[in-house]
Design a protein around this ligand. Structure first.
Ligand SMILES: [Zn+2]
Length: 253
């Protein structure tokens, strides 16, 4: 039997057919035929339905289990951030923003970083435009493998809940393949499970205003909530969002 090397721990062994993005984060976005349609910055004609999710032989059993444990915790936190589980987190409303505490920082952040890393290193042609530099990939891998917490300033993470039709969580899945510049920082962004995740990939965040809104090691977060069309980054999706096919699939007015 051919053994291969696990992309994360580098040990040789049997590899699992690993998720690039866990199916659990697509809940609520499938159509009746159990299809999803992630949108992106590219041409509308490149969009395709996805029925099997994204999988690739990537990780050994041990690493696979580690990542799926983080993803399960991430999902539970997102359900709570969405307001559907009121027991898990402490959320106080303040000037249109939600001040959240008690987030499982380590698992939440590592789950997000591991998704970014997998999109970058996988061979699936869908993610061809999502390749980060070797230097960033190596730092992501190191952060994921490290037993200790990733410092809040390293790969700083901003989380925004995306609304659609008043208060409801948006069903859009969007992958942005080009970095966004915010002040002197470079962010890679994606929308999954109705939340926009902006991960800083340029350097540590020392800007005070930005530092206020990133996920903190003590499990606190200022959660912004915006309509999809209010977001600046949405302009990058114009070619997709103006398409009849996309509007119909996502029930956009
Ligand atoms: Zn492994």
């Amino acid at each position: 039997m051919n053994n291969e090397k696990c992309a994360l721990c580098d040990q040789e062994g049997l590899l699992r057919n690993s998720h690039i993005i866990s199916d659990t984060l697509f809940d609520g976005t499938y159509d009746q035929l159990h299809r999803i349609m992630p949108i992106h910055e590219g041409e509308e004609t490149q969009l395709r339905f996805q029925q099997q999710g994204f999988r690739e032989k990537l990780l050994c059993d041990k690493c696979e289990q580690k990542l799926s444990r983080w993803e399960n915790i991430l999902k539970k936190e997102l359900i709570a951030l969405d307001g559907a589980d009121t027991n898990r987190l402490e959320i106080i409303r303040e000037n249109g923003k939600k001040k959240v505490t008690k987030i499982a920082y380590d698992e939440f952040k590592k789950a997000i970083l591991s998704i970014l890393w997998r999109m970058s290193i996988c061979k699936d042609p869908f993610f061809t435009d999502y390749k980060l530099s070797k230097e960033i990939n190596d730092s992501l891998k190191k952060a994921i493998l490290d037993e200790s917490k990733v410092p809040e300033q390293t790969f700083a993470l901003i989380v925004t809940r995306i609304k659609q039709d008043d208060e409801e969580r948006s069903k859009i899945i969007a992958l942005f393949n080009k970095p966004t510049q915010l002040k002197e920082y470079k962010f890679i962004s994606f929308i999954l499970y109705g939340f926009l995740f902006d991960v800083c990939v340029s350097c540590e965040i020392f800007d005070e205003k930005l530092h206020e809104i990133i996920l903190k090691e003590d499990g606190s977060l200022t959660l912004n909530e915006k309509n999809l069309l209010e977001l600046e980054i949405t302009a990058k999706l114009d070619s997709n969002l103006n398409s009849e096919r996309v509007r119909k699939f996502h029930n956009l007015e």
